[in-house]
Design a protein around this ligand. Structure first.
Ligand code: TYM
Length: 333
């Protein structure tokens, strides 16, 4: 079986972008691949989170992954910091990563803007740690959203450099989505990608209750409707259709598609108010069981710690096998 790996930073409640960009694929992949999914708590330290919140958040992410359908018996579900082998591989890869390319990374430049007073070395080498996460299991498929594309390209570069210098040890990993395009869910206010920290009213969390979901969706950005029949959808409208495609029936989506396509400036047939009402209802129905199950699991500390230990065991077995090959290759055995 091919090896699959992906990770999520524990920086708060998970949202629909995480779900549709990444977690939905985890669940689909777990039967057909040898899967490793983990909580990237080392990566979170780059933004200096509160220690207690970070710990809670790690448990929350594990619980939400299981609530979404991941089966800890089928996959290795673990916490990054439980696998010290990753840190050693990170060290070797750091010798093959250059300052210039790291400074050019889009996510690094974003962070420099967001936290100018805390441009630490961990931020700069963030993609190297991510490469170590992937390469430690010699994973080839990495289910992620569109925003992680550049990090995957960098991971391939580091692996290629390693192989060129030390011999073929690390297979090249690729970003994966079942459809050819990687997913990018936009924020409901239409200002950018949906994210954990930005405008909370424009982010739909898997932990949101029905009322909150309805309020947020009814506030989502729309407009007067299309100028001419069949004109292209603005991205914030497309985003509502994308979300609808994920939680509503095909008939429902088709009805609003048809209404959109038949609409023009003088004759607006599509009613965005109705569309949002329908979307809110379907979204609430979709999120509810996830929210309830996640809450249950999060409070079951015994179950959680059993899952976390089991995940760490599986992950370390695979990681130490790779690390042995890596050490031999670099002359550290
Ligand atoms: P993170 O924690 O920001 O996001 C977790 C996953 O959710 C996806 N995602 C989105 N997809 C579509 N639309 C959105 N608006 C959206 N927002 C988030 C992300 O693409 C990601 O797949 N650097 C990673 C964590 C990481 C990792 C790894 C991932 C660390 N090591 C190794 C894969 C492999 C991150 O910050 O994801």
């Amino acid at each position: 079986k091919e090896v699959v790996l992906s990770g999520i930073r524990p920086t708060g409640f998970l949202h629909l972008g995480n779900y549709f960009g990444a977690m939905r694929n985890y669940v689909r992949m777990q039967d057909d691949y040898n899967c490793y999914f983990f909580v990237a708590n080392w990566h979170s330290l780059t933004t200096h989170p509160d220690t207690k919140e970070l710990k809670n958040s790690v448990h929350r992410v594990i619980a939400e992954n299981i609530a979404c359908g991941l089966d800890p018996e089928k996959v290795a579900l673990y916490i990054q910091s439980d696998v010290p082998e990753i840190a050693e591989l990170y060290l070797y890869l750091n010798m093959l990563a250059y300052k210039g390319e790291l400074e050019k990374t889009v996510t690094f430049k974003d962070k420099v803007r967001q936290q100018p007073d805390n441009v630490n070395a961990g931020l700069l080498t963030y993609p190297v740690l991510q490469a170590a996460d992937i390469l430690i299991h010699r994973a080839v498929k990495v289910p992620v959203g569109k925003d992680q594309e550049q990090h995957l390209e960098m991971a391939r570069n580091f692996a290629e450099r390693f192989n060129y210098r030390y011999g073929e040890v690390l297979p090249l990993p690729y970003a994966f989505n079942y459809d050819s395009e990687l997913v990018r869910i936009m924020s409901l206010d239409g200002t950018g990608k949906m994210s954990k920290s930005e405008n909370q009213m424009a982010t739909l969390y898997l932990a949101d209750d029905e009322d909150t979901i309805r309020k947020k969706i009814m506030k989502a950005k729309t407009d007067q409707g299309p100028e001419t029949p069949g004109s292209a959808k603005p991205d914030y409208i497309q985003n509502l259709f994308t979300l609808m495609g994920l939680v509503s029936t095909p008939d429902t989506v088709k009805k609003f598609e048809d209404d959109f396509n038949a609409s023009s400036a003088g004759n607006c047939i599509i009613r965005y108010g109705d569309m949002k009402k329908q979307l809110a209802e379907d979204m609430a129905r979709f999120i509810r069981p996830i929210r309830e199950k996640a809450a249950d699991i999060q409070h079951n500390k015994e179950l959680l710690s059993r899952i976390i230990l089991q995940g760490a065991d599986k992950a370390r077995a695979s990681a130490s096998a790779t690390l042995q090959l890596v050490r031999e290759a670099v002359g550290m055995n």
